[in-house]
Design a protein around this ligand. Structure first.
Ligand SMILES: Cc1cc2nc3c(=O)[nH]c(=O)nc-3n(C[C@H](O)[C@H](O)[C@H](O)COP(=O)(O)OP(=O)(O)OC[C@H]3O[C@@H](n4cnc5c(N)ncnc54)[C@H](O)[C@@H]3O)c2cc1C
Ligand SMILES: NC(=O)c1ccc[n+]([C@@H]2O[C@H](COP(=O)([O-])OP(=O)(O)OC[C@H]3O[C@@H](n4cnc5c(N)ncnc54)[C@H](OP(=O)(O)O)[C@@H]3O)[C@@H](O)[C@H]2O)c1
Length: 463
């Protein structure tokens, strides 16, 4: 909008409320991270921007119906699934994906009814060594008094108050120098009054002098090696990092005859790993291979936190857009132009599908923090402007800009409303926002989110 003075942008969101993972992913005890919403407020204030919430593209609104009314479509729909481990026992009761659990404590309508059983035992195992894994660990061991003040969902506070989990083991398949969590998140877990930290054999992964490591890894090493000041006899809860273990199978409890007792998860087996021959164990990219050694952890709950996954939007292929199932992305030229590898030989942009662009996790895969996602968005916006300025073909024919009806949302609104769907515009979202803040104030919280879509619509004055 800044660079093309007459550009109008319609943003479709499947939920009534905006902000994606900033609202439903970022941990409730990290409110400062959500300040990026202020920047978005400024964008939304433009009369050339329209927020259209509660409209799911691909289902409520077919891509082929959108196409005639726009010059360009930008895919920014993130990663709404997660990777699976593909091991026996993964679907046992008591096993959750971190994505579901995060959505649950953040009040995502889809996961409000998850009811994770936090009171079935003492040990939780989290598989994966990324920041999402540490977010989950922190929520499990955080003092409730601290969490209550955040915008965490009320149902999560109630369930965490009943939690019997006192031991959280976070297991990675490689070593600490290959972990993808960051120093701030590790440090936070060392700072709780009554939470201890254990990690047997951590020293063996590091050089004698950690100052020889690259700066980022050195800072993380310092935090992990220093550990928590909480002494064992002061532990109420403890968390542990385990390394070089790849998940192998999950099991229910068995009696002494080997017969199953109950149906929920009770333990998880890991296959120990070792660095592949020739790998440099100090390198972030060092690869590992499986050994024959199995170790078992007790687990009354297991969280798999091994990454999110994008999926193809229904109807993508109607626009000739391919989907890379392996990488979980819409193929693009790295700047954000959607490409069809079969559409043209030669350089990448030869296969550019006119008028189609991608950004964020569906463009790059499910990694990257808000800042990197924003930088990536600026790049994609720049290439759209570049293509527009160069009079490149856009949607709806070779001539591009004049070929679309130019109606945008007005061209499809009637068909959406005729399905009984109530679109939520920016003013309606602001009413939801205000109601959430007021509800929160009464409870000493920054906001109390609505977790039910109907409640959101009522607060918006739309139901
Ligand atoms: C648990 C978690 C915690 C995180 N914490 C931090 C943090 O503390 N700090 C940090 O910097 N980064 C954090 N990140 C990373 C950050 O959230 C991402 O980099 C960023 O949100 C990715 O943006 P995106 O626009 O690609 O996807 P999203 O934020 O997921 O946005 C995609 C949007 O598209 C909508 N959508 C999906 N399908 C459709 C459809 N068919 N029609 C219409 N709308 C649709 C979704 O509802 C969603 O609102 C975290 C990520 C996770 C998973
Ligand atoms: N506070 C924050 O800033 C914050 C909070 C949350 C999320 N985020 C960001 O959001 C992005 C996503 O985070 P994430 O934690 O979901 O993903 P991630 O950083 O990619 O971490 C995924 C973890 O899962 C492991 N893994 C993958 N497949 C596995 C398998 N089959 N078996 C065992 N382990 C497996 C990976 O190990 P390998 O390395 O061996 O593959 C890695 O340790 C990241 O960029 C993250 O920084 C940021």
């Amino acid at each position: 909008m800044k660079q093309v003075q007459d550009a109008v942008v319609d943003m479709y969101e499947k939920l009534p409320v905006p902000y994606g993972l900033v609202r439903f992913g970022v941990a409730p005890d990290h409110p400062e991270v959500k300040n990026c919403q202020d920047t978005f407020e400024e964008v939304a204030a433009s009369p050339r921007f329209n927020y259209i919430g509660n409209v799911e593209v691909g289902t409520t609104l077919a891509l082929s119906d959108l196409k005639p009314h726009y010059d360009a479509i930008l895919f920014a729909y993130g990663a709404s699934e997660d990777r699976r481990l593909g091991i026996p026992g993964e679907d046992l009761p008591g096993v959750y994906s971190a994505r579901e659990f995060v959505g649950w404590y953040n009040g995502h309508p889809q996961f409000a009814h998850l009811k994770p059983e936090l009171d079935q035992g003492e040990c939780a195992v989290i598989v994966g060594h990324g920041n999402v894994a540490l977010d989950v660990a922190r929520i499990l061991v955080s003092p409730l008094a601290q969490l209550r003040k955040t915008d965490i969902a009320d149902h999560a506070v109630a369930a965490l108050a009943r939690s019997t989990i006192t031991r959280v083991e976070v297991v990675g398949r490689r070593g600490p120098l290959q972990a993808s969590y960051t120093v701030k998140e590790a440090r936070e877990l060392m700072q709780f009054d009554r939470v201890g930290f254990e990690s047997a054999g951590l020293h063996k992964f590091y050089p004698e002098n950690t100052k020889t490591l690259p700066r980022v890894q050195q800072r993380l090493a310092d935090v992990l090696l220093k550990g928590s000041p909480v002494k064992a006899h002061d532990y109420k809860k403890r968390w542990q990092l385990s390394f070089m273990q790849s998940p192998h199978a999950m099991h229910v409890k068995k009696n002494r005859f080997g017969e199953p007792i109950g149906d929920r998860v009770h333990s998880i087996d890991f296959q120990k790993t070792e660095f592949v021959p020739g790998a440099d164990p100090m390198s972030k990219d060092a690869r590992v291979q499986l050994t024959d050694e199995i170790v078992t952890s007790e687990a009354s709950m297991v969280f798999r936190s091994i990454g999110y996954k994008s999926t193809p939007l229904p109807g993508l292929s109607d626009l000739g857009v391919p989907f890379d199932e392996r990488l979980g992305i819409i193929p693009n030229d790295a700047h954000g132009r959607v490409i069809s590898p079969s559409a043209g030989p030669g350089n990448l942009s030869a296969g550019h599908l006119p008028g189609l662009y991608a950004v964020g996790w569906v463009k790059r895969g499910p990694t990257g923090v808000i800042v990197s996602t924003m930088m990536d968005a600026f790049t994609t916006a720049d290439v759209i402007v570049q293509d527009w300025s160069a009079s490149s073909p856009f949607l709806n024919g070779e001539k591009g800009r004049s070929a679309s009806t130019g109606l945008g949302w007005d061209g499809v609104k009637d068909s959406v409303v005729a399905q009984g769907v109530t679109p939520v515009d920016w003013e309606a979202w602001k009413r939801i926002d205000k109601a959430e803040r007021e509800r929160g104030k009464e409870k000493g919280k920054v906001r109390l989110k609505f977790v039910d879509e109907e409640e959101m619509k009522v607060a918006a004055g739309l139901a």
